[in-house]
Design a protein around this ligand. Structure first.
Ligand code: ASP
Ligand code: MG
Length: 448
């Protein structure tokens, strides 16, 4: 076993170009415990590869996309000696991408798509090895597909934890005793040897899976923000970085719209109790946030989050028995793929909030949905609403908490207050024009 092992994952912006790669590499050479490096593709490369993997693309369009990939990779490669073998390897890979993209233009194939997309991580990891070698690091490249066994659900493949653990012990762990290893996030291999991917943003998941298999002491996620904040710092400049947070609190924040690492991608770390450190590779001196199962301090209030674009649906005058009614409504909503955030009801009225902020649907409550719902009851729709969540701990156990919070919000019209369903949040609906102001007031009163 490698002692005090840190698995460090660098996201797309941390390997976007020569300077970013250098900063990331400096971090590694300055910490001898970082021995396994998991990389994303350089920023934007995955999107370009996805565009190249769809059917019916034409040749000119494909060439322009291939040109973009070459430009991004060459801007890094130009810093290396002309003799370096890396030029040939990357050229060869880009030529392969062009051939595969031409094949993909003729038939739609999920297998082919994963193979094309995997080149992003393959290229960034190869280049990064050379960057580290220039800094005299003792480092090798490792094909993660040799250990990352998945099922054949291309595009969102499921890793097989037991096989991964076995293979990691056999093929990866011994290497780590001798060298720093650079490998790829996001990609894997199924039984028949075909390349798979774990779903967009899957590199965090790779790092967590490898960290778990290696019993790492810590998993570091290097990105472009220095950790998790008490609220969005663009909204409240005095927002404070949270030094330590639990996975549970972070999950609540993410589910209420905070753009932070989603703990479900870190499930192996949660399960194996491995702390995760999130920080910015551009500004490592700014520190970061440790996420773990337990924190030293368990504050009553931890953070505030804001989810815009909420639609409030109210159903009155129910025409059927309520039990059936709920089942019917949820059936319809789920057929339309609508995410329900919060629901409250009494004997004959039901209100629920639909979250439109993340859906690709332009008009979430369309006519055909309304017609179906109106066979049950009267439906009222209110838009231009936002959901605010106060995230914390033991919120249902402390007396006076709601009075304390809501007293400061007297001038505002609050709706759909949800208190009690979870010990970790109190949430409520406000008019969108008031939302940012309310966040500022709450932050000023309870976090500063
Ligand atoms: N490169 C992949 C993506 O952009 C995986 C990752 O970055 O985690 O989705
Ligand atoms: Mg990412």
């Amino acid at each position: 076993m490698v002692k005090k092992l840190i698995v460090a994952k660098f996201g797309g912006t941390s390997v976007a170009n020569f300077n970013a790669m250098n900063r990331s590499a400096d971090l590694i050479v300055n910490n001898s415990n970082i021995r396994l490096i998991v990389l994303s593709a350089s920023a934007t490369i995955t999107n370009i590869l996805i565009a190249l993997s769809v059917v019916n693309t034409n040749k000119i369009y494909r060439s322009s996309l291939i040109g973009k990939i070459s430009d991004i990779q060459n801007s890094i490669l130009n810093h290396f000696d002309k003799q370096n073998k890396l030029h040939k390897s990357i050229d060869h890979m880009i030529a392969n991408i062009a051939i595969l993209a031409e094949n993909a233009s003729k038939v739609s194939s999920v297998e082919l798509k994963d193979e094309i997309v995997s080149y992003g991580e393959l290229m960034s990891s190869m280049i990064f090895v050379e960057i580290l070698r220039q800094k005299r690091a003792n480092v090798d490249w490792f094909d993660v597909r040799n250990v990352m066994k998945t099922n054949n659900n291309f595009g969102c493949a499921k890793p097989n934890i037991n096989i991964i653990s076995e293979k990691v012990k056999k093929y990866l762990e011994p290497l780590l005793l001798k060298k720093i290893i650079v490998t790829q996030g996001f990609i894997g291999r199924e039984d028949q040897g075909r390349t798979t991917t774990l779903g967009r943003g899957g590199s965090d998941y790779t790092a967590a899976l490898l960290g778990e298999a290696l019993k790492a002491k810590c998993i570091e996620i290097w990105t472009d923000v220095p950790g998790i904040y008490t609220t969005d710092p663009r909204l409240v400049p005095t927002a404070k970085r949270i030094d330590e947070i639990t996975f549970k609190e972070a999950a609540e924040m993410a589910s209420f719209g905070a753009k932070i690492l989603h703990p479900s991608t870190l499930l192996p770390a949660v399960r194996s109790d491995i702390p995760v450190f999130v920080s910015s590779s551009q500004k490592p001196e700014a520190g970061g946030t440790y996420i773990s199962n337990k924190t030293k301090i368990i504050p009553l209030l931890r953070a505030l989050s804001l989810l815009k674009k909420q639609t409030l649906l109210t159903f009155n005058d129910l025409k059927y028995n309520k039990t059936k009614f709920l089942a019917n409504v949820f059936n319809i909503l789920s057929n339309y793929n609508l995410p329900v955030d919060i629901i409250i009801s009494d004997k004959s009225n039901i209100s629920l909030i639909i979250n439109n902020s993340d859906t690709s649907i332009n008009e979430p409550i369309n006519n055909s949905l309304l017609v179906k719902l109106e066979t049950f009851c009267n439906v009222t729709i209110r838009e231009n609403l936002s959901l605010i969540a106060v995230i914390g701990n033991n919120l249902t156990k402390v007396n006076g908490i709601t009075k304390m919070l809501f007293a400061t919000l007297e001038p505002f019209n609050l709706n759909m207050i949800c208190y009690g369903a979870s010990d970790h949040n109190i949430s409520f609906l406000v008019q969108s024009i008031d939302a940012e102001n309310i966040i500022r007031i709450l932050h000023k009163n309870f976090f500063e």
